[in-house]
Design a protein around this ligand. Sequence first.
Ligand code: ADP
Ligand code: ZN
Length: 454
Amino acid sequence: MIFTLIPLPVLILYHGGERMSYLSKDLETMPRDELKALQLKRLKEQIARTYERVECFRKRMDEKGLKPEDIQTLEDLAKVPFSYKKDLRDYYPFGLFAEPLKNVVRFHASSGTTGKRIVVGYTRNDLETWAECAARMMSAIGITDEDIIQVSYGYGLFTGGFGVHSAAEKLGCAVIPMSSGNTKLQIQNMVDFGATVLCCTPSYAMHLGEEVNHMGVKDQIKLKCGIFGAEPWTESMRREIEKSLGLKAYDIYGLTEVIGPGVACECSEKAGMHIWEDHFLPEIIDPDTGEVLPEGSTGELVFTSLTKEAFPVIRYRTRDICRLEYQPCKCGRTHLRMCKPQGRSDDMLIVRGVNVFPSQIEEVLLKTSGGDITPNYQIIVDRVNNTDTFDVNVEMSESLFEDEVRSIESIEKRITSELRSTLGIGAKVHLVNPKSIERSEGKAKRVIDKRNLH
Ligand code: ADP
Ligand code: ZN
């Protein structure tokens, strides 16, 4: 750990050949008109550079009769063609890179939650930008070089592990590079090394919390906060994790295509995730028409990178459905905030014609549980006689399992009726035995949709 006289990290950014030195606090609290001017300057450069170097983007611009010079305001971005996850598959592996491989120093690939894997590349400066973005969050929630960070996101091609690892090192924290899995050893190290911060997916944090209590070592762990992301999670789940691990839980958002974890993160206010707008320009669009929606609307989140070198993304359709908050944050940061994504548009289930997000079900389960169930659940959708079946298996708590008096059936009925009033359709709820649903060490698999298997 390094002793430093400067309380905020001095960040050196390389961009478009120029070298800039910033205190991150100045960037994070920059007046919005200055921030917009910076975005426009960078946007023009990023579009010109991508047009020159990436054939797919150039072709799409040409088809629309657009040249980089036509982009003169931030609003002009709406004219520019979108890019999609499919492009990364069509141009696999390196067809969308804007730098020769000799300038690429790292690859990552998506964890493959939905469909074929995709690959992205980073120059040295891209890694620097990425570490800076995630490090900003860590300082925003009070993490310093005094902290010991246990990184329990997977290391490897998945961006989670390396993403927060580099950020923590940048701040001078002591990093425990655990990766995911090996739960008992994770907890042993957490105790022995005195970890003060935990980084992993929220579903793995739930599992770790469960095990910590099972092993009876809660009073021996020193965790003060956790940085959890990479999958949707609800406020009720946050409360569960905070209770079981005795820490403050913060949300972090990112995706491989845009850079990795740290595109957006919560500050100490826990009131939405600040998007680091000096690097990533967000838009909210109507997912059906592609139209940019007015401020405050809920729609699909689209990102344009402003400083990336090896793998720039222009109007990239994340398929995440969310809303942006433009009101100033109490913390003083001027960068706008995104609310928790409800889930991806392609995670959304359509059951008997009704749109259902797994996160809505989770919210109902945790709200109505009253300690009778655990947040471990699985949704199973099938089609029988041309009708969708919709089952929700939920693990009951140990106390309910041991309680012979209360009727499981009446609890199932209570949850069923809550689900019906929230979702507008009926689900069959089954309380299943404790520990019978498989635990996740990375992103949880909540939905089993058997309809396409017939
Ligand atoms: P994959 O697409 O294979 O899952 P990624 O790790 O790149 O690979 O996943 C990024 C996606 O994970 C995002 O587009 C979003 O849907 C989801 N995600 C990441 N962080 C969060 C978060 N904090 N809350 C909700 N969803 C998240
Ligand atoms: Zn804030």
